[in-house]
Design a protein around this ligand. Structure first.
Ligand code: NAP
Ligand code: G4F
Length: 338
């Protein structure tokens, strides 16, 4: 018996301080789970995204934070032995594609090596533990193996960044452990998903934060890189439901999670600047060649037909409602700053 008792499900979430980890913790707690959220040690406290759970009089009784790093397989073994989880969600990663060109070894060791360490720990401690792997649409790279409905689970993947190669390694390893050891291991091939909790250096959040500051007279210019690339953007809160649904199926599998709509960064800019009442974004945006990547994924459109059919999953937000939600949140947040 663990310190939480036995009459509940227990889940471990790596990367609980991140965007998805925090939404997933909210979801699992609302379903009655006990959640062991894993964070890495940082010199400044960065638990902002889960502080509402900590500070909640009831939710905090279902939540515990422990230190963990993707490089530490022994630590995962100890956590599995101590907390006896039913489900492990591997959400942690150096998740910034552009940064992966600067720190490819670190990115790869965390994502590829780190995932393998968790799978090995599950195999050794208890192969009945269900496993979720955060795979990515970035893995498709510049593949042309899509039709008018977009990429599917079986489309050819030709990754074009160190991040994506590492994710593809982890994706295949998850399948290998599913097939070789009969572990309930699933990969969610998630297309870009955003929210008011999105990291501040990803393009959507960079845009909504800048527009909110420009609208309040605190910033004049926004510097961006390639604004012609296209992404299939959804809401992170919708996407963590798909993660959970995958682990409730009789068997592990791979699923595309996407909205089936694609828009350029330029279109996202237009929606945000229009919603902010700022008019033409050209007045504020400058293109900085230093923000272009050595390689770019030009186009992403996901076909979530399998997730809809098998998981009965549906996205509730599209790019426009998402962009407005993010801008409104940043506008309010900016108003409270000195
Ligand atoms: P995120 O906000 O960057 O969160 C990643 C989390 O991982 C952070 O809490 C981070 O810790 C933690 N982390 C990083 N390196 C670590 C390490 N070595 N050991 C332990 N923890 C570490 O990313 P996200 O947007 O929530 O994405 C969640 C996952 O889905 C990632 O694996 C990402 O690659 C993948 N994914 C994301 C998207 C998307 O559009 N958001 C799409 C497809 C796949 P700190 O808080 O200390 O930095
Ligand atoms: O917001 P981004 O950095 O997201 P990207 O590269 O698509 O990666 C995100 O989605 C992946 C799923 O497909 C995840 F796996 C990954 O972890 C991450 O969450 O960039 C989106 C687009 C790119 O084409 C980029 O070149 O926006 C372009 N962009 C233009 N100016 C910019 C900027 N991106 C960033 N981050 N910053 C800019 O100034």
């Amino acid at each position: 018996m663990t310190e939480f008792g036995n009459n509940h499900k227990t889940a471990i979430i790596t990367g609980v301080n991140g965007q998805d980890g925090s939404y997933l913790a909210d979801l699992l707690i609302s379903k009655g789970y006990y959640v062991i959220g894993l964070k890495r040690r940082t010199s400044l406290i960065n638990t902002e995204r889960v502080d509402h759970i900590y500070n909640h009089p009831i939710d905090c009784t279902q939540f515990k934070m422990c230190y963990y790093d993707l490089s530490d397989g022994g630590a995962m073994t100890n956590l599995l032995l101590k907390y006896k989880p039913d489900e492990v969600y591997n959400i942690a990663a150096q998740s910034h594609v552009a940064v992966s060109f600067d720190v490819p070894e670190y990115t790869s060791e965390g994502i590829a090596g780190g995932t393998l360490k968790i799978l090995e720990a599950i195999r050794a401690v208890n192969p009945q533990i269900k496993f979720y792997q955060a795979s990515s649409s970035e893995m498709y790279g510049d593949s042309t193996d899509y039709d008018s409905l977009g990429y599917t689970e079986t489309s050819r993947m030709t990754p074009v960044s160190p991040y994506a190669v590492a994710k593809l390694h982890a994706h295949h390893m998850t399948r290998v452990y599913r097939e070789a050891y009969n572990i309930h291991a699933s990969s969610g091939i998630l297309f870009n998903h955003e929210s008011p909790r999105r990291g501040e250096t990803f393009v959507t959040r960079k845009i909504t934060m800048a527009a909110a500051r420009i609208a309040q007279g605190k910033q004049q210019k926004l510097f961006l890189g390639n604004i012609d690339s296209k992404r299939d953007w959804g809401f992170a809160g919708d996407y963590v439901e798909a993660m959970w649904l995958m682990l409730q199926q009789p068997k592990g599998d791979d699923y595309v999670v996407a909205t089936n709509r694609t828009h350029s960064v330029r279109e996202f800019l237009e929606v945000v600047f229009d919603h902010a009442g700022l008019g033409d974004y050209h007045k504020y945006v400058e293109i900085d060649p230093r923000l272009f990547r050595p390689n770019e994924v030009p186009y992403l459109l996901g076909n979530p037909e399998k997730a809809k059919r098998v998981l009965k999953w549906e996205p509730k937000h599209d790019m426009i409602s998402l962009a407005r939600m993010m801008y409104d949140s940043d506008f309010k947040r900016e108003q409270t700053k000195p």
